[in-house]
Write a protein that binds this ligand. Structure first.
Ligand code: NA7
Length: 549
């Protein structure tokens, strides 16, 4: 039932939809829209299908989401066929999975890889988007769909002299495809978020010396990783409805029970220790979601968890001065917490040292190394694990211009403004999968949820001869307000700026400090999107019969 919108059938540059991104979001959107019979072109800057997993291929990269939830659920056979080896799968297996999906569902044919979107401009007269690529192509399309990832646009630190460094320089966010050899080398590792803590074990194991430069300490819980068993795999075939229901009900789309029926503030010191210890050993996000019901909602409970964590760090790291530098004092959850098994332990090794950038910031990088506090440390290798211009960065670099010539960067000059993370006022027929002000949750279920919602909306438009949908200013304003109100009501998010969290744009110098996530929960978000569809898109201005040029 391949069918082009009739008004544009004569234009060879026309396709019904353009999708940007070859990660979980873009790949699913491409599948969904081609299932509707739309003609689709999809683009990605990467050389492979895989989204961020194509770029972040550093040793130690792995998910923090368990194997049975870090996959698509739209096809029963795919769901139970694919087997990861680990509970928290390594990055190369996630990349292989996404490539498998592309092949299995014939999606590769729609993709043009190694291609950057230079601009996307809405033409009011024809109601079409004009997409230009760095390959010199221009594509005209009715539906412009982005799946560009939440944390995908790397941060390049602005150290004076960085370009003059004479040794090897690597970004975790753009790791080489050829092996990197650290044997006998002195290595600086800058950044201690998920990427820095994950790669640290490999660096410590392989380099002659590792110096970690730390700006803000993190709460790094153990992963609790283990092999996937036959029983785990069977659950994907025989027990998945329970998992699916739990993920749908959970605020972060994880299959955790919604309540543990216990509060930290009511627990005795012995009960606190026993529960926190059990969750520490269970690993992953269990401390946050499976310990006590009040750790995210009551500051006193969160402080108890913080105290436990700091005691753990002090137990593991034998040098009290290093343990103090590594200990966070902002609330757990103000900042995206990493997981990792080797990070704290590495600081007990003779050849590993730690520099506290809050006490002695980096003043310069020279040909030979890094200067802090007037002292030069010499290195053969610098690894930058310095993170991302999260949420908005991948959008603003695309030069998106909406109705009336307003750019998205202008529209977002004080922080992102969206309706439910899927649409923007002034940008008709532009749809975002996991856009700014979406929930921060396990991503694959979120990508399917938003991708399906977008597919349903486009299907409805086609059935009802609708040319344009555009989120109203009022609906967008309400959503922004809701995101802000939820964040303001949370003690943890109120500290997001102090913790340099990308949740608030606070990891980037000069970026507006604005909450760029909807923290009302993925479950409430799913309700919102479902309600919007069943109201026939009451938050949108609906236009039919645009006069076409
Ligand atoms: P993150 O979590 O943003 O971590 C980046 C790290 O780099 C973090 O420790 C930053 O310190 C540090 N950083 C950033 N800029 C600098 C400069 N200029 N100097 C020193 N240190 C710096 O990114 P990741 O790649 O680890 O993880 C990204 C996401 O992937 C993660 O949130 C998960 O969703 C998966 P800061 O904390 O800003 O003070």
């Amino acid at each position: 039932m391949e069918q082009r919108d009739s008004h544009s059938a004569a234009d060879p540059r026309y396709v019904d939809a353009v999708v940007v991104g070859a990660g979980f979001s873009g790949l699913f959107a491409t599948w969904r829209l081609t299932q509707l019979g739309l003609t689709v072109r999809a683009f990605d800057l990467g050389s492979e299908i895989g989204g961020v997993w194509t770029w972040n291929r550093y040793p130690g990269a792995q998910t923090d989401s368990p194997h049975h939830t870090y996959r698509y659920t739209f096809d029963e056979q795919l769901l139970s066929d694919w087997r990861y080896t680990k509970k928290f799968p390594p990055g190369n297996e996630v990349r292989a999975y996404l490539n498998h999906v592309a092949d299995r569902f014939g999606l590769r044919q729609y993709y043009t890889l190694n291609t950057r979107i230079e601009s996307a401009t809405f033409d009011d007269a024809s109601s079409l988007w004009e997409i230009r690529t760095d390959g010199g192509e221009t594509v005209r399309t009715k539906y412009f769909v982005t799946g560009v990832g939440l944390v995908s646009e790397p941060v390049r630190p602005k150290y004076s002299g960085l370009d003059t460094f004479g040794g090897e320089l690597y970004y975790t966010s753009n790791w080489p495809q050829t092996p990197v050899d650290l044997a006998g080398k002195r290595v600086a590792l800058i950044g201690t978020g998920s990427s820095g803590t994950q790669i640290s074990g490999w660096v410590a194991d392989n380099a002659a010396e590792m110096t970690v430069y730390l700006r803000t300490p993190n709460y790094v819980a153990p992963t609790g990783n283990r092999d996937v068993t036959d029983d785990d795999q069977l659950e994907l075939r025989d027990g998945f409805e329970r998992v699916r229901a739990q993920m749908r009900a959970h605020p972060a789309s994880f299959p955790f029970a919604l309540t543990q029926g216990r509060l930290a503030v009511d627990a005795t010191p012995e009960e606190l220790d026993a529960v926190f210890e059990e969750m520490w050993n269970r690993g992953g996000f269990s401390l946050l979601y499976e310990s006590f019901d009040d750790v995210s909602t009551d500051k006193r409970a969160n402080d108890l968890l913080g105290d436990f964590f700091r005691r753990k760090i002090a137990e593991i790291v034998t040098d009290p001065a290093k343990a103090a530098v590594l200990s966070p004092h902002y609330p757990y959850g103000s900042k995206r917490p990493p997981t990792g098994d080797a990070f704290y332990q590495s600081f007990n090794r003779e050849h590993v040292s730690l520099v506290d950038l809050r006490a002695t910031p980096i003043t310069e990088v020279t040909k030979r190394g890094i200067v802090t506090g007037g002292e030069l440390r010499e290195f053969d290798v610098i690894i930058l694990a310095t993170g991302f211009d999260a949420s908005t960065g991948a959008f603003t670099r695309m030069n998106i211009t909406g109705r009336d010539g307003v750019s998205l960067a202008e529209h977002w000059v004080n922080g992102p403004r969206t309706f439910a993370g899927v649409a923007v006022h002034g940008f008709p027929n532009m749809f975002m999968v996991a856009g700014p002000q979406s929930p921060f949750s396990n991503l694959p279920p979120g990508a399917e949820l938003a991708g399906n919602w977008i597919g349903d909306c486009i299907e409805w438009m086609r059935e009802n001869d609708v040319d344009r949908v555009e989120a109203t200013a009022a609906a967008e304003g309400d959503w922004v307000q809701l995101c802000n109100d939820i964040a303001a009501g949370s003690f943890a998010l109120a500290a997001a700026v102090e913790a340099n969290s990308w949740f608030a744009g606070a990891n980037i110098e000069g970026k507006p400090r604005a909450i760029n996530i909807y923290f009302g929960g993925a479950n409430a978000y799913a309700d919102k999107l479902e309600g919007e569809a069943s109201s026939n898109y009451e938050s949108f201005e609906i236009t039919s019969n645009v006069t076409l040029s």
